[in-house]
Write a protein that binds this ligand. Sequence first.
Ligand code: NDP
Length: 457
Amino acid sequence: MAYATTNPFTNEQIKVFPNSTDAEINTALDAAHNAFLSWRTTSFAERAKVMQNAADILRANIDDYSKLLTLEMGKIFAESKAETELSAAIFEYYAKNAEKLLVPQDLPVASKDEGRAKVIHQPLGVLLAVEPWNFPFYQVARIIAPQLSAGNTVVLKHASNVPQCAAAMDELMIKAGLPKGAFQNLYPTHDQVSRILADHRVRGLALTGSEGAGARLASEAGQALKKCTMELGGADAFIVLEDADLEKTVNWAVFGRHWNAGQVCVSSKRLIVVDGVYDEFVKRYREGVSKLKMGDPMDPATTLAPLSSQKAADDLKKQVEGAVAAGAKAEEIPLEMPNQGAFFRPVILTNLKDDNPAMREEFFGPVTLLFRVKDEAEAIRVANDSPYGLGGSVFTKDEARGERVAEQIETGMVYINHPTMVKADLPFGGVLRSGFGRELIDLGIKEFVNHKLIDVV
Ligand code: NDP
């Protein structure tokens, strides 16, 4: 796919970027490897200075960075600012904590024969990051902040529709004082990505995106025996129990399904509501969704953005049609829609039976899958009836009950009384077809290090 900026609010193509040549890629990998040889010897204090600079620059220029996000992928400006601030918070988190997180670990030994044993954490080398368009800065920050802090270097293959955001991250790190070559953005084709991954200078892969991209590149990483982490799709359950605070729950449901125009791996995609409150919940949910306002994402009055591209909107429409052909009922919420841009009216799908393909798919946009269940036990069963295992939430006034339910949901994250969140100081990742590995905090920074045992006998 050609790298290009197309404004999703106008569908106007603004700028096209040529693919990287093979020679450019080879030079970049040499530079990344050479940068690694010196960057890995730098102190945590030096690396922390660069991370803090990156955070400071993002915050000082938050409007400019955020406008770029809105321009290329269409999210509303307030959400762009929140993403830029979140990215800054991640850089700052590792500036403050990387050294503590990677401190060598003395091991208690059972007998004197084992001597003095410790585990040290050393960087692996050049990593390849393949990232999606839905959070063009955050997705990059959450891989480069920990990995550069650990002493690795990174080459980036960003999504083809956010080339300016990718370039902005590259420039940001240079301005922050990162040595040349330690982080580089490239514009490779898919075949070139495969060759980069197979290259002997590259030691690991971190990918966020669809199951298809994940399955293909994880198998290539496997062929090359390289470590990889996969952050793939999700179909988060949003369980509403009969003792939930209905007003707050409905507000969070509307937000959880529609922020970032519903294009979040941890959007609240499946609302699972117990019988006792179902009718009232649905009435209020429909009212809440009806109050959303589509429009220019730069206009502060807009609350529902266009999708990232016209193709995304067309594909989602076909997916809804597929669900209906298999027996689902679709209710479109009749919001006023601008006569331009990649907009998509919210849809609520009900009557979803086991054999409906929608039960096994991720809807990446404002489409709600709604389920009426008898009780808590059935809510847990429906929540776990998914190939995905990313996040999820439980709404109840009884926190202990919420925690008991959370323990029975097969995902990487569960929130009580909140849609799945993304924060700089909480881990992120899933199980099943949502992937493997974790990002952020100590779990993320330890994904691409050699946990080396040194034993003095
Ligand atoms: P993709 O998985 O296709 O794109 C994510 C990244 O992977 C992009 O950089 C893309 O590059 C790259 N990529 C895809 N295929 C290959 C390949 N064979 N070799 C090398 N790189 C590859 O996601 P889409 O943008 O197509 O979105 C499709 C669906 O994926 C969504 O509807 C949603 O279900 C899911 N998705 C999930 C995300 C999440 O956060 N978990 C984020 C984005 C999408 P390029 O743009 O050049 O194709």
